[in-house]
Ligand binder design. Structure first.
Ligand code: HXC
Length: 260
């Protein structure tokens, strides 16, 4: 597919990591309908592409994304929101079965921060800035900000970030557990690709099961989550790749996974 507001390519030694770059520089990657729909389409496409083992979403050095498009929302009304489902297409990225890594340089504000949090892993460039500034423009986060920060960083941090609209630095975000690693800005995308390659070196089928299981931690009680995990763990014994992985270990060789 050809896109206007994103760039897509395959990267890594085995070309098995998909890199999606948000590319609307004039508006700091503000997430207008078209950008979000292209992003969703690209993610869906790579999710189905068997040669891809992990997907990276990144922006520019100045901005990952400066939020939902404020100019597009300006004249929206409550009744239209309800009838048309304003920004409902956003969470398509959370339906992706493959691991999605956000590589965040520059601003990740409002919907930009929420988009990063919809991904499975966040790596941040050392000058990245995160925040939920919606209250400063008379609204509140609407794509998961109040919920996902609370789950990943706890109540006090979530309240402070959402109620002040203040920006937080990459280092603060790392200390809060919002991002898993801070990397010099110019090395960020390469490091994210390395992470993607590492994940893609495992069995895609098993990776899918593992991702699904971690996600249950955010949707259930501990007991239910542990039960789900155990079932999924047992289910890996119905796969060829589980047999191959353990056999390769005992034979002291690298496994040759077949995604089966
Ligand atoms: C539309 C935006 C935009 C946005 C920036 N631009 N953010 N356009 N929506 N969210 C545009 C500006 O209008 C400007 O275009 C160009 O990008 C450059 O921005 P500047 O402000 O000139 O750049 P700078 O001075 O460097 O400041 C960067 C910034 C600032 C701090 C990131 O742009 C900013 O505060 N942006 C808004 C951040 C925000 O409030 N995000 C939350 C949105 S609400 P022109 O053509 O005018 O020069 C939201 C709700 C989500 O995300 C809820 C549901 C999904």
């Amino acid at each position: 597919a050809s896109y206007e507001m994103i760039k897509t390519e395959k990267r890594g030694d085995k070309q098995n990591v998909a890199l999606i770059t948000l590319n609307r520089p004039k508006a700091l990657n503000a997430l207008c309908d078209k950008l979000v729909s292209e992003l969703s389409q690209a993610v869906e496409c790579y999710d189905k592409d068997e040669s891809v083992g992990a997907i990276i979403v990144t922006g520019s050095e100045k901005a990952f994304a400066a939020g939902a498009d404020i100019k597009e929302m300006l004249n929206q009304t409550y009744s239209k929101n309800v009838k048309e489902g304003l920004l409902e297409a956003w969470d398509k990225i959370t339906k992706c079965k493959k691991p999605v890594i956000a590589a965040v340089n520059g601003y990740a504000l409002g919907g930009g921060c929420e988009l990063a949090m919809m991904c499975d892993i966040i790596y941040a460039g050392d000058r990245a800035k995160f925040g939920q500034p919606e209250v400063t423009i008379g609204t509140i986060p609407g794509a998961g900000g109040t919920q996902r920060i609370a789950r990943s960083c706890g109540k006090s941090k979530a309240m402070e970030i959402c109620l002040t609209g203040n920006q937080i630095t990459a280092l603060e975000a790392e200390n809060m557990g919002l991002v898993s690693k801070v990397i010099p800005a110019d090395k960020l995308v390469d490091e994210a690709i390395k992470l993607g390659e590492k994940i893609a070196s495992h069995s895609p089928l098993i990776i899918q099961m593992c991702k699904e299981s971690v996600n249950v931690a955010f949707e259930s009680s501990l007991q239910e989550g542990l039960r789900f995990e155990k079932r999924a763990f047992y289910a890996t014994f119905a796969t060829d790749d589980r047999k191959e992985g353990m056999t390769a270990f005992t034979e002291k060789r690298a496994p040759n996974f077949k995604n089966n």
